[in-house]
Design a binder for this molecule. Sequence first.
Ligand code: SF4
Ligand code: SF4
Length: 384
Amino acid sequence: MDSYACIMCFRCQEVCPAYTTGKVLSPAALEINKRYHFNGGGTTDVAMTELISEEAVWACTSCGACVDICPVGNEPMRDILDIRRNLSMMESAFPKQLETAFKGMERNMNPWNISQGDRMKWAEGMSVPTIEQNAEPEILWWVGCAPATDSRAQKTAQAFAKILNTAGVNYAVLGKNEACTGDSARRAGREDIFFGLASQNVEILNEVAPKRIVTTCPHCLHTIKNEYPAFGGNYQVIHHTQLINELVGAGKIQLSVSGEQLSVTFHDPCYLGRHNKEVDAPRSALHATGALTIEMPRNGAKSFCCGAGGAQMWKEEEEGSARVNATRFAEAKSTLESAGPSAGADMVAVGCPFCLTMMTDAAKDGGSEIQIKDVAEIVAERLK
Ligand code: SF4
Ligand code: SF4
């Protein structure tokens, strides 16, 4: 139906981060190739790779831009993820670099393959209550694998803990009982791994019965909020920037706005701004710090991907004319530069640990002085 609904406007192709950085993937071509196939007498019983190359299938970042922009409601991304499922599950045909992340999720319940025993190491020296220590919290903080185990993203977790503790929030984390949500496994077609992790997480969450869940990763937010209901898990889930706003609004944290003037452009994570339509909370939190915020041309629900979603975080990027993260960082840099010389530091703010890694790498590769920080870090540095 999608293939016959397609009006060949190519809008999906124009916004696709893979296509626009020279990869072989075109979401429009997929729909059009399907139509040729059916017009030629083909049936739905077809190896989808006859309509799209494997290289193209693995170039998708699952950013959702093609779905968001299509005027007739087509969903090329969903086709691509279904094709990945077939390749990964039925043919074991997936980029070999993904094996490490798959093994990590299977053996140690996180794609970084860090022992579960080390999952609370980020909180050493801090007061962060686990669910065993605080069985009835007002809010359950789902830390996420990246903030719990990645050395750079751990700073986001530490900053958010500082904010919660300063505000006196009654919260708890699952600690060693928290496993990967399975986001990357599902996006890479490994439904078996996703099924195992989702089932286990829902069982634990239903036992805890949290009133609300706050996540420090939009991928965790998306998966728990939108995909766990199919596993019997129905929860209220918010992003950490939403909770920060609540705390500022309720006067539970006060921020010093008299420090160094920051010129900040916020890079919306696809899984927050587009997939979950939350674009205001990170900006409000940044405004509360007194930062001067400047918008990139592609922002909010129309943001451009950092390049890490859809399990790209765990594999090399396909051949193209540019890297997705470098393309996005260049947009951020020129936005900050076009605002003229700033009184203080230039910064790209993020709200996702994957974006944090991708933007940090792009800044480093480009020899740029621009700092990359999570909104929680910027807020925590301004706590009175
Ligand atoms: S989800 Fe994003 S990367 Fe994938 S085909 Fe659509 S626009 Fe391209
Ligand atoms: S945006 Fe929709 S209608 Fe336009 S080419 Fe893409 S799939 Fe077809």
